[in-house]
Design a protein around this ligand. Sequence first.
Ligand code: PLP
Length: 373
Amino acid sequence: MKVYLDNAATTPMQPQVLDLMTKVMRETHGNPSSIHQAGRKARTIIEDARKRVAGHLKASTGEIFFTSSATESNNMIIHCSVRDLAVKRIISSPTEHPCVLNSLKSVASLFDVEIDFLKVDGRGNINLEELDQKLHKDTKTLVSLMHGNNEIGTMIDLQAVSDMCVKHDALLHTDAVQSVGKYPIDLSKTKVNFLSASGHKIYGPKGIGMMYINNDNNIEAYIQGGGQERKMRSGTENVYGIAGFAEALDWLVENREMHLNKVESLRRHFKGKVAEKGLDIHYNGNQDKNYLSNILSLCIPKSEKSDLIVFNLDIHGICASAGSACSSGVEHDSHVLAAIDAPQDRKTLRLSISHHNTEEEMDYVAEKLATLI
Ligand code: PLP
């Protein structure tokens, strides 16, 4: 049996996304900056996509910019908010994605900016009171907190964090790569200054990202060139990637309930099987509320077989991941597991579910795990 349970690393494309992208590739070769009809056709595809993405986030079209990845979006947001908005302090958490953590390191080495990390508890939750206290300072501050954690699934209460940032007049950036489309985000109600997302986590293509930059924030380009994306992100646009991103987000938003119900029910089913078999498995991250339903981080006993758990599951046709997925292939200690003080004498396995998975597949994985731990 072949089972793909690495959807937090990347998702397969929805068939309609693939169809649309191949159609665009076949029929639209114009450069969107050209003023002739071929160029105008490509431009229309981009602007239509921007409108649809803005609509789903309740943002205005002028606030949506396409990039090559969420990595690029996060780099630009952090770098440019310090460079252009006189941010002197960034409050973040130790469980952010490496593209945020490394951007923080980079700005700290280039600019006069203090980086301050919140503590997280054993499930990866920040403490809002600590954030409140830290924001009690007269310094221009950017708060950068991911909406949902890619390794353990813990989510922040975005509305509460946003309210606190508004109260203290701080800027808020959220990396919403793992939550966009899967969970409602209404930017007309929840004040966020910057948000990032990625096509390949929402059943769309790889190599396309997006950033939302609230109209109040006057930042300038990070990548210089011909002035595409209204001078904010130069480089000839990835027209079919942009079309694919919007199509994928359309699909996910329309099917949000189905998707959430399906992954939540598979999660429960799997946990039920584990309990039934009496397997010695703990779960990392929140389990009762504020969690991404599709991410299950399993803490399993260390043994010869579990040391190579990803490899051993792969032999049985199961694709899963150990620590961080973005650098899968290379196993290294996860900064997220270190931040939550995950037990050193155990191994971590991440199963990330999609609507394509079935109960039979989850049973098969539970069975194989029983033989491996
Ligand atoms: N942020 C989070 C939370 C992620 O999970 C990932 C990828 O795994 C990224 C950012 C980077 O996204 P991209 O692959 O588009 O660069």
